[in-house]
Design a protein around this ligand. Structure first.
Ligand code: GLY
Length: 353
């Protein structure tokens, strides 16, 4: 089964194709773009890289935040020059979200912009990072501080790649799918994996189409992320992104309940959805709630007070100036469990269907 999701952005429109074996369409997509050369930057072994059908330079990469630097962008662009890549050629990324981010930025900057096609290989990258045109690298001062909006010409989400992911990495991706339930995707539980990915991408495409530059509605995609990012930092990244977002999603439900925006059954739904994906729902016992509040003040949605995307009578929306005492009450109401138990439970269970 194969699903195709359009991202309608005028002359920057493209399609996201989801399903087993879709990486095999790469040569056709490259042919349609009219490129004569391709540079493929791949964090996967060569046997996983499809033939682009034109003269190709294959560059090995490694997924991970350590490679998301301006030095990597410079090194990639140097390779592009030496290969003779022109503005009418194409760059292809093949890897997780860190690879699509850094290769996307190199493509955005090389000759002031060259076509890029993403082949995301992790569930997180398929449902979020590779779609919507955000590219970035880190600085020593923080994550994603230097970047550009650069839409890909196509995204091929091949679900065959996912069969090789460690279970915990796979489950982390489900954290992003779980949060879609509360920002307009409806109930995705029970759908096939391809349909869940396609539904998450359809939701994201609809949001990016009205707010490509993250000036308003795109904040919805950060449901569960305000606490999620704080938890990642506070645990030294012992929690994976999707695990932290899952806990953040439960917290967002609890905060919405404290603020009387939702009823108890909707809060219970937050727990049920996160549990369905076998993701953690408790706060790590070792983490001080005061530290989490301080981290959340640094969130990009925070203005004078704390800002959260919260569920409510008209659906999810950005709520500014949330009182700290409401945040602390919601944190106090969360169950707590040792970090090792949260990570261990997430690492050992079977991957949800
Ligand atoms: N990952 C959130 C966004 O693309 O806006």
């Amino acid at each position: 089964m194969r699903r195709t999701v359009p991202v309608r952005l005028g002359d920057r429109s493209y399609e996201v194709t989801v399903g087993p074996g879709v990486r095999g369409s790469l040569a056709e997509v490259v042919g349609r773009l009219g490129a004569r050369r391709a540079v493929v930057v791949s964090a996967r072994p060569p046997e996983w890289v499809p033939d682009p059908g034109v003269e190709t330079l294959l560059l090995p990469a490694r997924d991970g935040e350590q490679g998301k630097t301006l030095a990597t962008v410079e090194a990639l662009c140097g390779e592009f020059v030496r290969f003779g890549l022109t503005r009418s050629d194409v760059v292809v990324s093949c890897g997780g979200g860190t690879t699509t981010d850094v290769v996307g930025l190199a493509a955005a900057l090389y000759h002031r912009g060259v076509d890029v096609i993403h082949l995301p290989t992790s569930l997180l990258a398929q449902v979020d990072a590779s779609v919507g045109g955000k590219t970035a690298v880190n600085l020593p001062d923080g994550k994603n501080l230097v970047g550009a909006f650069w839409q890909p010409r196509a995204v091929l989400c091949d679900t065959d790649y996912l069969s090789t992911l460690p279970p915990r990495e796979m489950r982390s991706g489900f954290g992003e799918i779980a949060r879609c339930h509360f920002i307009g995707a409806g109930d995705l539980r029970g759908l096939s994996l391809t349909e869940q990915i396609a539904a998450s991408v359809t939701l994201k495409a609809g949001i990016v189409e009205v707010d490509e530059r993250d000036a308003g509605k795109r904040h919805l995609l950060n449901y569960g992320h305000t606490l999620g990012h704080a938890l990642e930092l506070a645990t030294g990244f012992a929690l994976r992104h999707g695990e932290a977002v899952a806990i953040g999603t439960v917290f967002a439900g609890r905060l919405a309940r404290v603020l009387r925006r939702i009823d108890q059954s909707r809060l219970d739904e937050h727990l049920a959805v996160v549990r369905h994906y076998a993701l953690p729902t408790a706060l790590p016992a070792e983490v001080d709630p005061g530290l989490l509040v301080r981290q959340m003040h640094r969130d990009k949605k925070a203005t004078d007070g704390l800002g959260f995307v919260l569920d409510g009578p008209v659906g999810a929306e950005l709520v500014s100036d949330v009182p700290v005492d409401a945040v602390l009450r919601a944190l106090d109401g969360m169950p707590r469990a040792p970090l090792a138990a949260l990570v261990g439970a997430a690492a050992s269970d079977a991957v949800p269907a």
